[in-house]
Write a protein that binds this ligand. Structure first.
Ligand code: AMP
Length: 398
């Protein structure tokens, strides 16, 4: 899949609207706790500035749901951007109101304007055409560099693209990199190719698993989703998370894996606890013998060893979803050990965004992975084989 490239646009001296994803996590004091998403957007912004452009940036932050909510203002983003770009970033007081439109119109080249939180406008998440049109009216070119929201048909992501022809829109460098990485993974991975799939539920990952099966050589299951498979195998899973309505689907996944010759690994032991809490009494039990009323909250040490053995010879690893409740130190060991092993391997290692990216960053292994996606939901939809609504208008048709 080839995307319209920013490199092919005649941007010199023009006004460019860049949809970014500055939806960064904030701590309880309102400080940005991780600015990876801001840093990831710099390549595209700097490229446009180097082309003598006037640059208009737009993003959402949190979920203000169409209301102006002060704590979701992009002011902290503007300040952080200013530090990274080492130049002034003007912040409009609204999204498509008088201030934003005036500032955008008067914006000279080499200057950067950030408009306010797109989700202050209720039309953003409704893909409202009027809103798209107003946003589009601000610039000559539209660049989508917001991979993290490209699975959403929103006014600034999908709707806006209609107002630009193919010579006036493109994917930014970040979006292009994300799509390329996942494209290579899905269509032409270096083998053996393993998927490590974890997280809370089967339901959230069923489509991705089904789509991945014909492409991978091995699958390693962890997290809460493992228990639906283990229950289907007739094991006693105690009080562990389970989706009874998906037992049959779990069986189908296992049958399909067998049919395709894909090695399907499930935990052989777990860390079980009496309750879902950091201070819970916990013990290591085999997957066959989780006591009644106890719940499995992490993979056990034998599973870690087994998965390491299985991962030993792989050349490509895709990891989506933690192996346990990694937010609690007590149940983060399985994920941590797998993360270290994956990071130390010579394989190409791709980490889906969201929780897995958060986990890898917490351990400080982010630099060791080949690629960490900036979008959890968006990367999952790519793994499901979907064409993202924000990407579709930027595909080169031949
Ligand atoms: P997901 O959003 O589906 O990727 O799931 C991520 C969440 O799964 C994390 O918040 C983990 O705490 C949770 N999780 C992982 N393992 C378990 C488990 N064994 N039981 C309950 N929740 C889990």
């Amino acid at each position: 899949m080839e995307l319209l490239s920013i490199k092919k646009l005649d941007l010199e001296n023009k006004k460019v609207f860049i949809r970014c994803d500055f939806n960064v996590p904030m701590d309880e004091f309102g400080n940005i706790s991780d600015d990876r998403r801001i840093r990831s957007a710099l390549a595209t912004i700097n490229y446009c500035l180097d082309q003598d452009c006037a640059v208009i940036l737009a993003s959402h932050l949190g979920r203000p749901k169409g209301e102006i909510v002060a704590k979701y203002s992009l002011a902290p983003i503007a300040r952080r951007l200013q530090q990274h770009l080492k130049r002034h970033v003007a912040l409009a007081t609204d999204v498509v109101g008088e201030d934003a439109l005036k500032k955008a119109k008067e914006l000279p080249r080499h200057e950067v304007l950030l408009i306010e939180n797109l989700r202050y406008e209720s039309g953003e998440t409704k893909n409202d055409e009027e809103l798209s049109k107003k946003l589009a009216s601000m610039a000559d070119f539209f660049i989508n560099d917001a991979f993290g929201v490209s699975h959403r048909a929103h006014a600034s992501v999908e709707g806006i693209a209609k107002f630009f022809d193919n010579n006036h829109k493109a994917a930014g460098f970040l979006l292009q990199r994300e799509i390329q990485f996942f494209g290579k993974l899905m269509n032409n991975p270096t083998r053996p190719f393993a998927a490590i799939v974890g997280g809370s539920k089967v339901s959230g990952k069923l489509e991705a698993l089904t789509n991945l099966l014909p492409r991978v050589d091995k699958v390693f299951i962890g997290g809460g989703m493992a228990f639906t498979f283990l229950k289907q195998m007739g094991y006693n899973i105690g009080n562990s998370l389970v989706e009874d309505d998906l037992l049959e689907d779990a069986q189908k996944v296992m049958d399909k894996a067998r049919e395709l010759g894909v090695k399907f690994y499930l935990p052989v032991d777990v860390i079980a606890a009496e309750k879902f809490a950091e201070d819970a009494v916990s013990k290591i039990v085999t997957a066959q013998e989780i006591p009644d009323n106890w719940m499995g909250l992490d993979i056990g040490p034998a599973t870690v060893r087994l998965y390491r053995e299985g991962l030993n010879d792989v050349q490509t690893v895709l990891w989506n979803g933690p192996m346990g409740v990694y937010e609690m130190d007590k149940f983060a060991r399985g994920s941590t050990k797998i993360a270290h092993f994956v990071a130390d391997s010579y394989a190409t290692t791709v980490v889906g965004g969201g929780d897995t990216a958060d986990l890898v960053q917490r351990i400080g292994l982010d630099e060791e992975m080949s690629f960490i996606s900036t979008g959890g939901g968006a990367s999952l939809e790519l793994l499901e084989g979907k064409i993202l609504p924000g990407v579709a208008p930027l595909i080169v048709q031949d």
